[in-house]
Design a protein around this ligand. Structure first.
Ligand SMILES: *Cc1c(COP(=O)(O)O)cnc(C)c1O
Length: 433
């Protein structure tokens, strides 16, 4: 498979080139040059195969010939070594729990796969590779854990000071070794800006070999197709039209959903479920794309005012608003609605969700209230409720049980380095030996 840029001014490259670069040299995002469709028979066959085998078959066309099959098999089986669970709350409402990986959030899929892939691509290189990542919460922990002790790679994580939960912060600021966390006085958008600026700084790039682990990296998006397929395999009835609600911030997860549809997954519509940062739902409604500074909400991993995967969504829909509208429906929820939905889910179904998943449920409910035709809703549950215990307490009065994995991190000592949001300071840090 060759990869092209969404801006179409950069040469085609290999998977290795696309993964190691992150961003294309013309500023665009890498896309597979073509997407092979699996036949309905093949998809049916997937239902009977072990999950690892399905993931392998899905990703193989995207990784050939860069990655030998035995290496790819190893990457897939080591990265995706935890379950995807489907919980049916009612015949029409299913929750896909994507939070059974080591950092209890769906980003484990992308980060673990990409870390192993990059580890393979840098074998034999003499310079160390620096992976830069800006996080509004869960990316940091997933990426840090994915890359911990991968030889030849150091990871630098930027996160907005005091804007993420302690549980999130402790998971990636306490590891040490090849992982450094920078605590930035500013917002998530500041962190993203610093990372972008570093990539476009030609002088810096002469001295430091940089790449990105944000969801702009195609190596993170490919494995996110896996659980869209997993959901399809586990649905009790596949014949009722399927609507997939994706709690969204940077729109990597939804982009991967559209990839999954392009390889043949029968999804009728995706719902772009956001919090008050509803730039994409607004675009779908009005045709106007107006990025703006992020607003802080309870579902803070989705506090993104300028979603970085938006060019990919446009590209997948041939840059036409009406095609986007055909495939994606948008909804933005307020914090009050989010708390109320969390309470409703507990009271009605005895099911405790984190605020991001609740935003997804709200998107599905809003869709359903305007589309009475028969359909089943699948909501992606993106984080374990214990990661957002403070919000859960606000919503239902009690904290969810703390998984052992998370409890262990809370006891550890934070090792992050404080920096301002000035690019100069960040650059000096990167250049320091
Ligand atoms: C990152 C994240 C999201 C948003 O995913 P995108 O791919 O950026 O749209 C939603 N929920 C949680 C818990 C996250 O960590």
């Amino acid at each position: 498979m060759r990869y092209r840029s969404t801006a179409r001014k950069a040469p085609l490259t290999s998977l290795r080139g696309a993964v190691l670069r992150g961003l294309a040299p013309d500023g665009g995002l890498y896309m597979p040059a073509e997407i092979r469709r699996h036949s309905p028979e093949e998809l049916e066959e997937f239902r009977g195969l072990p999950f690892t085998e399905v993931c392998f078959r899905v990703v193989r066309p995207f990784a050939t010939p860069d990655v030998p099959e035995e290496v790819l098999w190893q990457v897939v089986s080591e990265a995706i070594n935890f379950p995807v669970k489907l919980v049916s709350l009612s015949p029409g409402l299913h929750i896909l729990e994507l939070f059974h990986g080591p950092t209890l959030a769906f980003k484990d899929f992308g980060a673990r796969f990409m870390a192993r892939l990059m580890g393979y691509f840098v074998r034999g290189e003499t310079r160390p590779l620096t992976v830069l990542v800006a996080t509004s919460g869960d990316t940091g922990s997933a990426v840090a854990h994915g890359f911990l002790r991968v030889p030849g790679i150091r990871v630098v994580i930027l996160y907005p000071s005091k804007r993420i939960s302690e549980a999130q912060e402790k998971q990636f600021t306490t590891l040490g070794e090849n992982i450094t966390a920078l605590e930035v006085t500013g917002t998530f958008d500041d962190c993203q800006r610093l990372v972008k600026q570093a990539f476009s700084d030609a002088e810096l790039n002469k001295h430091v070999w940089l790449t990105s682990a944000n969801s702009i990296n195609i190596g993170r998006l490919l494995p996110q197709m896996f659980y869209h397929l997993a959901a399809y395999r586990q649905l009790p009835v596949a014949s009722v039209p399927l609507i997939v609600s994706v709690p969204s911030g940077n729109f990597g997860n939804l982009t991967a959903g559209i990839f999954a549809k392009r390889i043949g997954l029968p999804v009728t519509k995706y719902i772009a479920s956001t919090n008050a940062n509803d730039v994409v739902p607004e675009y779908l409604r009005s045709g106007e794309f107006r990025p703006r500074p992020a607003t802080a909400t309870f579902s803070n991993a989705m506090d993104v005012g300028n979603p970085n995967n938006f060019p990919r969504l446009l590209d997948l829909c041939r840059n036409r608003l009406e095609y986007l509208q055909k495939e994606i429906w948008g909804h933005g929820a307020t914090d009050e609605e989010t708390l109320a939905a969390m309470k409703m889910l507990r009271d009605k179904f005895g099911y405790i969700t984190d605020p991001h998943t609740a935003v997804g449920v709200l998107g599905w409910e809003a869709y359903k209230s305007q589309h009475p035709e028969p359909a089943q809703g699948l909501v992606l549950a993106t984080a374990h409720p214990a990661k957002f215990a403070d919000v859960v307490v606000k919503a239902i009065g009690t904290a969810p049980p703390l998984p052992d994995r998370l409890a262990a991190y809370l006891k550890r000592h934070k090792l992050s380095l404080p920096i301002s949001s000035s690019y100069h300071e960040f650059k000096q840090f990167l250049l320091a030996p």
